[in-house]
Design a protein around this ligand. Structure first.
Ligand code: UD1
Length: 362
């Protein structure tokens, strides 16, 4: 089966998910092509993940780089149309909700190439998030929809997706976490930061938080108030970095800003944190599995299972200090629930369905 499954990756959160699916398909002897769109190109947002997670070097890098949503999505589409025409993949596999995901979904669907969406059905019901638009469109076009949680299945069913195309498989990003856990760098980043005691880890990159000046000044004030209680380690994503610095983020000795970290270094810091304050999607899931309290600086989440079956809660700039104080007083949970099927075998379940589908069509 030449070029059976063609994977589209492009941005940091795609890589841990793709690693789990690609390795499971490899074990089944299915030929694969790995495409990197170039949406993320800084070595510490991209290359370091390939090295640390043992991902194969991409067969193709489209090198599209940054741009407005339309520019970036269109550039990926133009390049993928040429690539799919040359390679004629039997299936295109897309991950998550980034611009690379929706661009590939549109091209595959219009060319009549079967499309699999890993992490289907998540909904924040907030169309001001670009990712929500990417999710809805991708799911509408996908032939195989792989869901991480029961609520995602329910959303797809409510939208009229046929039951036979939806597969509740668990969470492939958690496969990667469980596989790599022994290798997490627990001490390196802390030693480099001179941290010997407790700390919280923070990440911020959502446009709704870091693109708007009034929101940023409230956030910086809130993080300074957090840093009055406990050191705040903040690996800073390039989006918003300049604005957060301009707003005085570094004017508190307890705020320790570092460059984005590799997977093993970042997960080492998550594992050792008293709590995580974030606006990321994936980190809500990773903290849930690691039992690290997570305070999500957003008005909603497409991952409510991390609240009902995990360690997550939604907070605002106004509430984060009070909520964090309560979390610090309670300490890390000794026991906590983890969503069903987040057991390290989602990649195998996805590979089994893809393999069946390819056999039926060959
Ligand atoms: C993208 C995803 C977001 C995901 C995030 C993870 C979309 C719409 N958003 O957001 O869902 O949570 O990745 O990181 O796909 N930049 C660099 N170096 C890079 C890449 C980007 O400096 O390697 C800077 C550029 O100024 C760029 C900006 O970051 O314009 C935003 O990058 P982009 O890929 O558009 O979105 P992210 O904010 O990274």
């Amino acid at each position: 089966m030449p070029n059976a499954a063609l994977h589209i990756t492009g941005a940091r959160p795609n890589f841990p998910k793709a690693a789990a699916v690609i390795s499971a398909l490899q074990l089944r002897g299915i030929s694969q092509v790995l495409v990197h769109t170039g949406q993320h190109y800084d070595p510490n947002l991209s290359e370091v993940f390939f090295t640390q997670l043992g991902l194969p070097t991409p067969d193709v890098n489209l090198g599209v780089g940054s741009g407005t949503h339309a520019t970036q999505t269109a550039a990926i589409m133009v390049e993928l149309e040429k690539l799919f025409s040359q390679r004629r993949p039997a299936m295109v596999v897309v991950y998550g909700d980034v611009n690379s995901t929706v661009a590939a979904a549109l091209v595959a669907a219009k060319m009549g190439i079967p499309l699999a969406h890993v992490e289907a059905g998540l909904r924040s019901f907030d169309k001001t998030m670009p990712e929500e638009i990417n999710r809805v469109v991708t799911d509408r076009l996908a032939d195989l929809l792989f869901a991480t949680s029961a609520d995602a299945v329910e959303h797809l069913r409510n939208e009229g997706t046929e039951a036979g195309r939806i597969f509740l498989v668990g969470n492939p990003m958690i496969d990667t976490l469980l596989r790599q856990r022994e290798r997490f760098d627990l001490d390196g980043p802390r030693t480099r930061l001179g941290l010997s005691g407790p700390y919280v880890l923070t990440t911020l990159h959502r446009p709704s938080n870091v693109d708007r000046p009034t929101v940023i000044s409230d956030l910086v004030a809130a993080l300074h108030a957090v840093a009055d209680l406990i050191p705040v380690v903040l690996p800073l994503h390039p989006r918003g970095s300049a604005r957060l610095r301009d707003e005085g983020l570094l004017d508190h000795p307890g705020v320790l800003v570092v460059e984005p970290l590799g997977y093993l270094q970042f997960m080492g810091l998550v594992s050792g944190a008293e709590a995580v304050i974030t606006d990321s999607g994936g980190i809500q899931e990773e903290t849930t599995v690691l039992g690290v309290p997570c305070l999500t600086l957003r008005p909603n989440t497409e991952r409510p299972v991390t609240i009902t079956d995990g360690t997550n809660q939604l907070v605002t700039s106004a509430s984060v200090v009070e909520r964090l104080s309560a979390v610090l007083a309670a300490g890390r949970p000794k026991k906590w629930p983890v969503p069903p099927l987040w057991d390290g075998h989602a990649g195998e379940r996805i590979a089994a369905v893809i393999a069946d589908h390819l056999v039926q069509r060959s």
